[in-house]
Design a protein around this ligand. Structure first.
Ligand code: GP9
Ligand code: MN
Length: 607
């Protein structure tokens, strides 16, 4: 047969993709049709990718078969590494965030496994066949190329038709990446992603000044009056925001071997305004997404990081707004300034200064994992805070409690957890360490007279433990199995507003990072009526108890909607979809209009 070598390579790539679906990405199918889709969806792209070799003749063609198989393997492998970190598939904007790559080297070592070498077996077999067996040489034939393209098109149409049966409107509706990969395959998904991303670039070009009108109308309809007693109470005080790395609410008030994981936060929340139903709303942009939400009351992107893709946009950000009120606005974070493209985006946000790694003394003794240890970071930040003109608005971003959660023995104050997930096990000692660092910071702030002159806002930036570790997590939570409902509940992060001298109060209102900007503005006595924002002051008596997550899941007082199902909070069980329906519109508009502002760069039309 003329193209036996070619077919063997296609077969290998398909098998490898399927094996990775099952064991690498842990994709589960709910019915036989889904399983059929998983088996068939790698074929069309494998034929096309390796089929590119047909454009060549003779020896080159055979070598190209091996080269293209290797390219396919690399694409799969990058996805696998990314998946181990983020429990998600790669998207193009993420790939171009190369400046992050050098910073996550430590994490990559943690992600690579010896067993991954298995992925090279078929390449070795192909090389063996190529050099040891005489693979026949063929001239380039246009008929062959046309046949290959026709077969690709046919297979792809067949794939999409079956996928449509399984998931109507798959490509037109809002999607999650796993669903796409499951249905059309990982390679085709990447092609689709290129289309979507270039589409969003085009959106800016086609946006018109009148596009902002719809957003303004929506804002006006949703504006809520601030609480009269809280409005302006912090005017003139320093505002200190602390972005706590990877902390989730489930660690609060919990113990490991009888030792509290967050003794300081547990005590501080008893002495603060504490919001126990507060959710992170980030996606792939992680910390940068949380920063974006807090600064703008706009949602980050569904994929990639808005810090990279829309750093040139016009924004009306909090650092700039408070600056106009006489505040000196800064960020303190001991990492390279280009990480997450912060140096670029912060210019747009209007910060007066970014104290990056260059403002800190960082050496081997005071570093672990991603860099400067939190205790040293806070200690050194005290001097920086004191050097600033008052009043100031400063955000401090912690780092130690970051995946892969490394910590020196001398800093371990509690035991690791005992489960099959090293990540989850190590998480608790690093959370405990961050909690200790916070305690030290508050003590020092008191000693230095900073405390009485300031208000403190502490929030978790995003989850630390991904869905990938659900089995170990269920062990910690004492649950048999974690459901999508549990997963949404786990997206809660701590949120405390500590105002010295104020009586503590707990709010159970469902809320999220989108609500921070209006809250801070009102505390400082700044009117928000004219600002474009998608959140509501956490203290407002009129606020809707509602949070929508970036993947479209949402939470109300009674229900949780996620992955196409509606759950009743009281019973934690799935219920009729109709119960969640009244909130679909709000969830869709919140995310959709916010996206519209970003993709169209609409703030440039708004003064
Ligand atoms: C990097 C730090 C961590 O500077 O903020 O970023 P993350 O990986 O959590 O988004
Ligand atoms: Mn983070």
């Amino acid at each position: 047969m003329r193209s036996r070598f070619f077919l063997i390579a296609v077969f290998f790539l398909c098998v490898k993709t399927y094996v990775l679906y099952k064991f690498g990405f842990r994709i589960q199918s709910e019915n036989p049709l889904q399983e059929v889709l998983l088996l068939m969806n790698p074929i069309s792209s494998a034929v096309l990718l390796i089929g590119l070799s047909l454009f060549f003749s003779g020896k080159v063609r055979n070598i190209m078969v091996v080269v293209l198989s290797t390219v396919g393997t690399c694409i799969l492998y990058f996805n696998l590494l990314y998946f181990r970190f983020f429990n998600d598939f790669l998207t193009w904007p993420v790939l171009f965030q190369t400046s992050n790559a050098q910073d996550i080297q430590g994490s990559i070592v943690e992600l690579v496994r010896w067993a991954d070498l298995i992925l090279l077996i078929d390449i070795l077999v192909l090389l063996y066949i190529l050099f040891k067996k005489a693979v026949p040489l063929h001239l380039r034939s246009n008929r062959e190329v046309v046949a290959m393209l026709a077969i690709t098109a046919l297979l792809f149409s067949l794939n999409v038709s079956v996928a449509q049966l399984e998931r109507p409107q798959l490509l037109t509706r809002a999607f999650d990446r796993e669903m796409l990969v499951k249905n059309i395959g990982i390679m085709n998904y990447h092609v689709y992603d290129i289309y979507v991303q270039s589409h969003s670039k085009a959106q800016r070009v086609f946006a018109e000044s009148s596009d902002i009108d719809e957003v303004i109308r929506y804002r006006n309809e949703n504006y809520k009056e601030p609480d009269a007693d809280m409005f302006g109470i912090a005017e003139g005080k320093n505002v200190i925001l602390i972005s706590m790395e990877s902390i989730q609410s489930f660690v609060l008030n919990e113990t490991i071997d009888g030792e509290e994981i967050t003794p300081f936060l547990n005590q501080l929340k008893e002495d603060s305004y504490y919001f126990d139903e507060f959710y992170h709303q980030t996606a792939q942009g992680k910390t940068s997404d949380s920063e974006f939400l807090v600064a703008n009351s706009l949602f980050g992107r569904e994929s990639g990081s808005v810090f990279f893709t829309h750093a040139g946009n016009e924004y009306n950000s909090l650092p700039e707004i408070v600056n106009e009120q006489g505040y000196y606005s800064t960020v303190m974070h001991a990492n390279n300034k280009s990480f997450w493209n912060r140096d670029m985006m912060y210019l747009q946000f209007g910060y007066d200064k970014f104290f990056d790694i260059a403002s800190y003394t960082v050496n081997e003794e005071n570093s672990i994992g991603w860099g400067l240890k939190d205790v040293d970071f806070f200690e050194q930040s005290i001097d920086l805070l004191k050097s600033q003109p008052e009043p100031y608005y400063t955000k401090l971003i912690t780092l130690t409690n970051h995946f892969p959660f490394e910590l020196g023995e001398e800093d371990k104050m509690i035991n690791e957890f005992d489960s099959n997930s090293g990540t989850l096990n190590r998480y608790f000692p690093t959370v405990r360490y961050m909690d200790y660092a916070l305690e030290q910071f508050f003590e020092r702030a008191k000693e230095e007279g900073i405390y009485d002159e300031s208000i403190f806002i502490l929030y978790g930036d995003h989850y630390g433990i991904s869905e990938y570790h659900h089995r170990a997590m269920s062990l910690f939570l004492g649950k048999e199995k974690l459901t999508p409902f549990d997963h949404v509940q786990l997206q809660k992060v701590p949120m405390l507003i500590h105002i010295p001298g104020h009586e503590p109060k707990v709010s159970h209102s469902i809320s999220g990072q989108i609500d921070v900007k209006p809250t801070i503005m009102h505390l400082l006595g700044i009117d928000t009526r004219e600002d474009i924002q998608f959140g509501t002051d956490l203290f407002s008596k009129e606020r809707p108890s509602f949070a929508v997550l970036r993947d479209g899941s949402f939470i109300t007082d009674e229900f949780v909607y996620t992955k196409g199902s509606c759950y009743e909070k009281a019973s934690e069980q799935e219920t009729q979809l109709e119960k969640c329906e009244p909130f679909f519109e709000k969830a869709k508009l919140d995310l959709g209009l916010s996206d519209k502002v970003i993709y169209g760069d609409l703030m440039r039309f708004y003064q």
